[in-house]
Structures are given as structure tokens and as C-alpha cells.
Design a protein around this ligand. Structure first.
Ligand SMILES: Cc1cc2nc3c(=O)[nH]c(=O)nc-3n(C[C@H](O)[C@H](O)[C@H](O)COP(=O)(O)O)c2cc1C
Length: 188
């Protein structure tokens, strides 16, 4: 089984990273798993230039030659795709949005890239997550897949520091159990 994790947070070991780790550990319980982690903040991924080369070229290749190629090649054979991102200014991080825009090149072949996969959106936030959930809902309707959200509110009402998810045993268990559930669904 192949799992792709797109890490959208610039904070290594932050809330979304930690939940992704517990999710993946849950999947590992169910099968031999190949995990491909993409730390978007460390990758050279240019923003989409809107040139439409992916729409018109043979094989629907993106015109930009950069680290996005690693994600393109991993995507077709993935069984599970995880988008893990905090909310930034009412949306996802710029790192995640940049990678998603570049997935336009994968939009051209729904059968190859989007059907028969499980998608998970791990969203961490302080106040709200609904606008990003709305985004993933629209994408899934277009590509005809179903995604599962995993949400974590890190807000600390009593001080300036967020609550890190590592102190929330229930949430970590929820992430692990979701990984197990989706892993079992895939091997069934
Ligand atoms: C620049 C910036 C913008 C943010 N904007 C929002 C926001 O619009 N809504 C929200 O609920 N939380 C917002 N947050 C809080 C983060 O989403 C929250 O701290 C999250 O748990 C961080 O996840 P991480 O540890 O995976 O990076 C923002 C944080 C930063 C640094």
C-alpha cells in the first residue's frame, strides 16, 4: 500500500505533522506500507503560471520542471493521499495551496489520479476550518472521490501558546484509528 503525505505546515513536528504521523502509524498496522512524505516547505515548487500547457500537451505534462515532479510521479500509484495543513488566514498554508494549484496537471486524468483512492484532509486551526473544508468538498465533487476530514483545534483560551496535539491523547487515538480504518478498507 502506498501513502502520500503532503505536509503543508512550515512547523516540523507541529500539530498537523503529528496527526499525520499517528494516522500513518494506524495505516501501518494493517499492511506493508510505503510512506512518501513531501515536506512542501522544503521543496522547490513554483506557483502555477496558468499557461495551460497541462491542458493542451500530450500526456498533460506541466511546463515547469521542479520538485513537483516528485509528487506527480508518486500520485498515480498512491492508495491514500493525505493533505495535512494548518489554517492560515482562513485558508490553508501558501505551501499547500501552491502544490494544489500545480495539481491542475493531474486534473486532466480523473481515472488515473483520483478514482479508487482514499483522501484525508488533516486540518489544524485555532478558530475555524470551514472554509478549507468547503474547498475540499468542492474538489471531491469535481473529481468524484470522497475525503475524510480530521480536525484539531489548538486554541488555548488561557494563554498565548497553542495546545500542542501531543498532549491530547484522544485526538492522537482518533488519528491512529482513522489510519487503521482506512487501511482496512483498502485491503478489503
Ligand atoms: C500566519 C498564521 C495564520 C493563521 N491563521 C489562522 C486562521 O485563519 N484561522 C485559524 O483558525 N487559525 C489560524 N492560525 C493558527 C494555526 O492554524 C494553528 O496554530 C495550527 O494549530 C498550527 O498547526 P501546525 O502546528 O500544524 O503548524 C494561523 C497561524 C499562523 C502562524
Amino acid at each position: 500500500m502506498r501513502v502520500i503525505v503532503l505536509h503543508g505546515s512550515p512547523r516540523r513536528g507541529g500539530n498537523s505533522d503529528t496527526l499525520a504521523e499517528y494516522f500513518v502509524n494506524g495505516v501501518r498496522e494493517t499492511d506493508d506500507v510505503e510512506i512518501l512524505d513531501f515536506i512542501l516547505n522544503d521543496m522547490n515548487i513554483r506557483p502555477c503560471q496558468g499557461c495551460e500547457t497541462c491542458a493542451t500537451s500530450e500526456g498533460h505534462k506541466c511546463a515547469i520542471d521542479d520538485d513537483m515532479n516528485q509528487i506527480y510521479s508518486a500520485f498515480a500509484d498512491a492508495d491514500i493521499v493525505v493533505w495535512a495543513t494548518p489554517m492560515y488566514w482562513g485558508y490553508m498554508t501558501a505551501q499547500m495551496k501552491t502544490a494544489l494549484d500545480r495539481m491542475e496537471a493531474l486534473a486532466m486524468d480523473v481515472r488515473k489520479y483520483w478514482l479508487d483512492k482514499e483522501f484525508v484532509a488533516i486540518l489544524t486551526y485555532r478558530h475555524h476550518y470551514q472554509s478549507t473544508i468547503g474547498f475540499f468538498e468542492r474538489v471531491q465533487d469535481y473529481f468524484r472521490f470522497k475525503f475524510t476530514p480530521l480536525l484539531y483545534c489548538s486554541k488555548n483560551e488561557t494563554g498565548p501558546e497553542d495546545f500542542h496535539v501531543s498532549s491530547n491523547k484522544e485526538k492522537l487515538e482518533e488519528a491512529f484509528a482513522l489510519g487503521q480504518r482506512i487501511g482496512i478498507k483498502i485491503i478489503a
